[in-house]
Design a protein around this ligand. Structure first.
Ligand code: ASP
Length: 591
């Protein structure tokens, strides 16, 4: 090796040793006679002193070196004088006296200070991602991501899982999101799709007897981007034969806990709590609850009936519900007015608030008079309200009330709680419905995907309301963010065809798009279940960021471009001809 040590390695024990360090110039300080270089690599920073009395040639060279030049320093390690010790860095007690400085590669003036890149516009960072990645934080993120993947692989290998690759050029199937498609040269006019997930392949692998499969695999979805979405992203994908919900959950917990330890974020206690979909909506107003804090939704419909709070009472008597959150914060009138407007924007008629007095056993203000004092006490107790808290009340149809108070809950947490230091809270949400209404036309669409098994004992024949059918699916949620979903799968071809039919697929479309799956299910498929966990997202959340781009080496920009190499880009006429493709008149850009 050109180098003998890394820039993060030298300690007082090395004093007197001869060393060779390679790295990039993070900073150059010319103190008249002496030049100080901060030499950086992915392991750390070491201070190099270039003294003309030790090497006049090196000093002359160092005078001309710019930031981010790649250099090699040959020298010896010396103790720093007491007043120059820097206890903030691990190498801060020593410095390297240069006997020779060699420029390995010069650098143009970089567009930003690497150390400060974290504060720049994402587009600038992504265009110069190769420089942005020289930063300590980015390096640590890549290291930890790699460590997390390794820990997951080890954990699954110990449990007899086999890592199996599945194709990236697949058939386009109507499975959820929009596919990226790839034209075929050998069959002009036909197309591959890039997989949205290896779902069907892993099910085929179960039919093949590969009873425990996993992959840390890239998936592709042509969706509009949001901060936590990328068109290509990585999943920990796994599938198990002869397995049920709890088996998948146990393995996933072990894998996630190993990833957390590997990211140096410590152990995560497991088993994680399990909450049914219905209960999650009732208690937290969402199927992705953040369990780092309480602020739960409490049903007070029965107490409202005993009050003379007529507006709300008539809602309850008309079949709606009334629910409250107790907010133990000093909420100003302006803030409360904002909350009312917020609730109304989300569809509530309004939001009522009542303060609990400082004694903690009675309500205060004009609305208090509408509640007999015994009811006030029960209300305070039910809501778990502390003295001085505000009871925030919303009423209406159950679903809307949950949704609005769920959003209020998240907003209160954002505005009043500092969650930065709190430990990650994982939770399983179980028992989702099989179908949910399409937001546009109200027709049934899969709540998870069409290969999810209906709940045990659930009949699909003669159902009036498909939305009442339960499923054997489960979601993994971390700190209010959906991290993964999975299910026990359908392994009976008749049931599978029936579910596809309930989704509105005609029999020939079923045959055309999913015939290969139905056929495989006719050859003794074992019962099987699995899950996919968003690996980018898991690492990002473990490292305390919501932005998955921070843990992806070369992420796409918000508009879906790869700024570092300018993809997507036009191709040549020859390439198009070979594929039998012609661009429309407005798209006639060829290379
Ligand atoms: N393939 C599914 C997904 O990507 C996960 C699963 O059910 O295993 O969401």
């Amino acid at each position: 090796m050109l180098r003998s040590h890394t820039c993060g390695e030298l300690r007082p024990g090395h004093i007197g040793s001869s060393v060779r360090l390679g790295g990039w110039l993070a900073r150059v300080r010319d103190h008249g006679g002496l030049i100080f270089l901060d030499l950086r690599d992915r392991y750390g920073v070491t201070q190099v002193v270039v003294d003309p009395r030790v090497s006049a040639a090196s000093h002359t060279l160092a005078e001309g070196l710019g930031r981010e030049t790649c250099i090699l320093v040959v020298g010896h390690v010396r103790e720093r004088s007491a007043d120059t010790v820097n206890s903030a860095v691990p190498t801060g007690e020593i410095e390297v006296v240069a006997e020779e400085v060699r420029c390995l590669a010069s650098s143009r003036v970089p567009p930003f200070h690497v150390e400060e890149a974290g504060a720049l516009a994402p587009e600038t960072r992504l265009r110069y991602r190769f420089l942005d990645l020289r930063r300590e934080w980015s390096q640590a993120a890549l290291q930890r991501r790699s460590a997390a993947a390794l820990a997951i692989r080890n954990t699954l290998a110990e449990r007899s899982f086999t890592e199996i690759e599945t194709p990236f050029l697949v058939r386009s199937t109507p499975e959820g999101a929009r596919d990226f498609i790839v034209p075929s040269r050998t069959e002009p006019g036909s197309f591959f799709a890039l997989p949205q997930s290896p779902q069907l392949y892993k099910q085929l692998l179960m039919v093949s007897g590969c009873d425990r499969y996993y992959q840390i695999v890239r998936c592709f979805r042509d969706e509009d981007l949001r901060q936590d979405r990328q068109p290509e992203f990585t999943q920990l994908d796994l599938e198990m034969s002869f397995a049920e919900e709890e088996d998948v959950m146990e393995v996933t917990e072990a894998a996630v806990a190993a990833a957390s330890r590997a990211c140096a974020e410590g152990d995560v206690p497991h088993p994680f709590p399990r909450i049914s979909h219905r209960e999650a909506l009732d208690r937290f107003g969402t199927d992705k609850p953040d369990l780092r804090y309480g602020l739960e939704l409490v049903d007070i419909s029965d107490l409202i009936r005993e009050s003379s709070f007529d507006i709300v009472r008539s809602v309850v008597e008309g079949g709606g519900v009334a629910k409250t959150i107790s907010a133990p914060f000093a909420l100003s009138r302006a803030y409360l007015n904002d909350l009312i407007a917020f609730a109304q924007e989300l569809g509530a008629a309004g939001l009522a608030y009542i303060r609990v007095d400082d004694g903690g056993s009675a309500l205060e203000g004009t609305l208090a008079k509408l509640f007999p004092s015994a009811v006030q006490e029960r209300l305070i107790e039910r809501a778990g309200a502390t003295p001085g808290s505000f009871l925030l009340i919303v009423s209406g149809p159950r679903e809307m009330t949950n949704q609005v108070l769920g959003a209020v809950r998240t907003r209160l947490a954002r505005d009043f709680l500092d969650l930065s230091g709190s430990r990650p809270e994982f939770v399983w949400i179980t028992d989702f419905p099989l179908f949910e209404p399409d937001p546009v036309n109200g027709r049934p669409v899969p709540a998870h995907h069409p290969f999810t098994s209906p709940a045990e004992g659930e009949s699909l024949e003669g159902v009036d309301d498909p939305f009442q059918i339960g499923s054997r699916s489960y979601d993994l949620v971390l700190n209010g963010v959906e991290l993964g979903s999975g299910s026990v799968r359908i392994h009976d071809p008749t049931v599978q065809a029936r579910v596809l039919g309930m989704l509105g697929m005609e029999p020939d479309a079923v045959e055309r798009d999913f015939g290969f799956l139905l056929q495989a299910l006719e050859y003794g498929p074992p019962p099987h279940a699995g899950i996919a966990v968003g690996f980018d997202r898991l690492v990002a959340l473990l490292l305390g960021t919501h932005d998955i781009r921070e843990v992806i080496a070369f992420p796409k920009s918000r508009s879906g471009e790869s700024l570092v190499d300018g993809a997507p880009a036009p191709v040549s006429e020859d390439q198009l001809v070979a594929l039998g493709l012609e661009l429309g008149p407005d798209l006639g850009r060829v290379r």
